[in-house]
Each structure stands twice: as C-alpha cells, then as structure tokens.
Design a protein around this ligand. Structure first.
Ligand SMILES: CC(C)(COP(=O)(O)OP(=O)(O)OC[C@H]1O[C@@H](n2cnc3c(N)ncnc32)[C@H](O)[C@@H]1OP(=O)(O)O)[C@@H](O)C(=O)NCCC(=O)NCCS
Length: 189
C-alpha cells in the first residue's frame, strides 16, 4: 500500500478527495434522493459535514480500513459522485459503496466507477472478496452490482431501520478468482 490511488477509466478519473471538494460534495450528497437509499449519509447535509467526512479519508486509507475516491469526469474534471471500499482486514474482504449526483444518473458512470474499484480492490489491495449491499427499494443500485459482475448472495429481511421503518437489504458479492467476469470491464489503472 502506498498512497490513495488515482484511477482512470474510459470516461472518468477516480481520485482522492480534497477539502476544496467539500462544497460540491454538500451540493450533490445533500440531495434527498441520495439520502433516501443510503444508510450513512446525513440529511439535511449541514455545513462542515463534507469537510469532516473528507478529513477522515487519510486515516482510513493509511490504517488499512479502505479508500474513498471522488468520481470525476475525465473531460472537464467535474466531481459527480463518490465510490469507496470499506475493508474488513480480518476477513480480507471489503464492502463497496457509492453515490452519484442526481443529474448524472443512468449514464453508466457508477458502473464504470464500481468496476474500477473492484479491480483496484483485487489487484492492488489483494482482497479475497468484495461485497455490496443495497436497500430492496433501490433496484438501480442492484443493477450497478450486476453490471459490475457481482452475484446476488442473499436477502436480509427487515435488516435495518431507516426513518422508523424496517428495510430489507440485498447482498451481492464477487471473489478475486472471478475478476474479469464483468460485462463492461474497460477500466485501467
Ligand atoms: C445507485 C446509483 C449510484 C446509480 O448511479 P448511476 O450512475 O445512475 O448508475 P449506472 O448508470 O451505472 O447504472 C444504473 C442502472 O440502474 C438502472 N435503473 C435506474 N432506475 C432503475 C429502477 N428504478 N429499477 C431498475 N433499474 C433502474 C439504469 O437503467 C441503469 O441500468 P442500465 O444501464 O442497464 O440501463 C445512483 O442512483 C445513486 O447515487 N443513488 C443514490 C445513492 C445510492 O443509492 N447509492 C447506493 C447505495 S447501495
């Protein structure tokens, strides 16, 4: 492990966040649509929250607990979302997570970023397994996992409480041995 990576794909550059990204993170992650299908993003997204989140990234990476990267457009550098891996070192696996700004949905950007992060997790971090979990009410995220070559592993019924209601979670996974099985594998590091 050296430094947080910068990863190029066909249309994207995934790069470490900088504190100067905070206003843009607040603007995009502050949308209710992002809060609605995630478990750890606050709403309302107050001033200072993005700065605090970004300031945790270095300790997370250098502590071996994973990585968070900004999804930016290669064409103009615009930050459109976030993708990350949260590691479980004891089990040599990581949990993939992502959000993409609402104006940029359904262009394949998240899938492109997810494929690149899975590749990074297996090749650079040598994880054995990468998982990803979505709320049942969020099929778009399940679609991203499928397009990134992950397999559905199970359903966790009424597994979490969000806003006072139980939600069922769908778990996907992929193993290092399966790398390359994804259908849109055009990323490069
Ligand atoms: C989930 C999310 C990251 C997807 O980002 P994205 O950039 O739009 O993803 P992609 O364009 O790569 O793929 C989305 C896929 O979902 C599909 N989709 C969109 N809405 C859907 C729905 N209601 N039901 C089923 N599929 C849906 C799209 O058509 C696309 O599939 P396709 O390429 O086969 O047509 C984005 O919607 C988001 O940020 N949501 C809020 C945060 C969140 O839920 N994060 C994930 C937590 S697990």
């Amino acid at each position: 492990m050296n430094h947080p990576p910068t990863i190029e794909t066909e249309r994207l550059v995934l790069r470490p966040f900088q504190i100067s990204d905070a206003p843009r993170v607040k603007e995009l992650a502050g949308a209710y649509e992002i809060y609605k299908t995630t478990l750890n993003i606050p709403h309302p997204y107050e001033d200072g929250m993005a700065e605090r989140w970004i300031s945790t990234h270095a300790a997370k990476f250098y502590g071996g607990d994973g990585v968070d990267l900004a999804i930016t457009l290669k064409a103009d550098g615009l930050l459109i979302g976030a993708v990350g891996l949260g590691a479980s070192p004891r089990h040599n696996r990581a949990e993939l997570g992502y959000w993409n700004g609402v104006p940029y949905w359904s262009n394949g950007y998240c899938t492109e970023a997810a494929i690149a992060m899975i590749r990074y997790g297996f090749r650079a971090m040598n994880y054995h397994k990468i998982t990803c979990t979505h709320m049942e009410c969020n099929p778009a995220s399940g679609r991203v996992m499928q397009k990134a070559g992950m397999h559905k592993e199970g359903t966790l019924v009424d597994h979490v409480i969000k806003d006072g209601e139980y939600h069922t979670m769908i778990v996907y996974g992929t193993l290092k041995d399966e790398e390359g099985a994804s259908t849109q594998d055009h990323s490069s590091t």
